[in-house]
Design a protein. Structure first.
Length: 319
């Protein structure tokens, strides 16, 4: 069975924090910035790109070292990166960083956010050697600016852990995830969604190493927190349940794995169309589990259902 969970809070330092930079200089630059933010929040990424591009043009009139230009460039980079336009986004981040490095009036945290965003771009390109020093520098700046126990430090640690995991440096990744979890638990409480997110990442790290038992513990804690935050039937729970089912399968607890898969499937059947890839993946993995349990008739029925979905999907593409 495949493991489908992504590294949960990788981009959390992106637009969320860069958009806290002050924008009180008035229109028309401010109008383009606000329009870009609104479009980004609504998922209208091409429109966000257009608005931020106009903001860059306006900000260039303020001078080549103006912090408004740095903010505009960074946000344009985020809009581009979110669309997968990584090559176009890179020079935007680099220009933004260069301006902030040369401007003594720049908030160090804003530089850390921009460094994080460029690192996230390199991570997406699998340029891990380039991403790590940027994440490390962002972490150092954030620790100096806000102290070692600030929640933003935990976000930076979480992101750095993701790169270490991708490199196969599991010990370094685990150490940073554990520290991030400890910071968030102290700062935000043990039942915060960020704690759940890093626990999910920790569970994935354990699975990658074949430590299914430790993964089960991490995923169970994450699931319990998520359920308290969103309720028992929220779609996001299906991700936590799928993670847990995979880990339970890994330790040989097939009965528990079945229960987790069945609950994940039930949630997704209510919330998603019948041909949704996540639901189909759950069904396929559940069928594999049933075969492992020698429940061949049930497995065959589900496999037939999956084949029907895939056939209809292929027919729809041809029509």
């Amino acid at each position: 069975m495949g493991f489908r969970k992504s590294w949960t809070t990788r981009a959390a330092l992106g637009m969320m924090l860069t958009l806290t930079v002050s924008c009180n200089q008035g229109p028309p630059w401010e109008s383009y910035m606000e329009g870009g933010k609104k479009a980004y929040r609504e998922g209208k990424l091409p429109e966000a790109e257009r608005q931020f591009s106009e903001a860059v043009k306006k900000a260039e009139q303020f001078g080549p070292q103006d912090l408004r230009l740095a903010t505009s460039l960074n946000n344009l980079g985020e809009a581009l990166r979110s669309q997968g336009k990584l090559i176009e986004a890179e020079p935007m981040y680099k220009r933004s960083i260069a301006i902030r490095e040369q401007n003594s009036g720049s908030d160090p945290q804003d530089l850390a956010f921009a460094l994080n965003n460029l690192a996230a771009l390199y991570y997406a390109q699998k340029k891990h050697a380039e991403a790590i020093p940027l994440y490390q520098r962002a972490l150092e700046i954030m620790e100096k600016a806000r102290g070692p126990d600030h929640p933003n430090v935990a976000l930076a640690l979480n992101n750095l852990a993701g790169v270490y995991r991708a490199q196969g440096n599991f010990q370094e990744a685990e150490a940073r995830l554990q520290r991030a979890i400890n910071i968030w638990e102290r700062a935000l409480g043990p039942n915060h969604q960020y704690v759940a997110a890093s626990l999910t990442n920790l569970g994935e790290l354990y699975l990658t190493q074949g430590k299914a038992g430790q993964a089960v513990s991490a995923f169970q804690r994450s699931l319990a927190i998520t359920e308290k935050v969103v309720g028992p039937d929220n779609l996001s729970l299906s991700v936590s349940l799928t993670n847990l089912a995979v880990a339970q399968y890994g330790v040989g607890n097939l009965t528990a794995s079945e229960a987790s898969f069945r609950r994940a499937i039930a949630i997704r059947e209510k919330a998603l169309p019948p041909s949704h890839p996540d639901l189909v993946a759950n069904l396929r993995d559940y069928a594999s589990l049933l075969r492992k349990m020698n429940r061949v008739a049930e497995a065959t029925a589900i496999e037939t259902r999956v084949k029907g979905i895939e056939l209809k999907r292929a027919q729809d593409k041809l029509s």
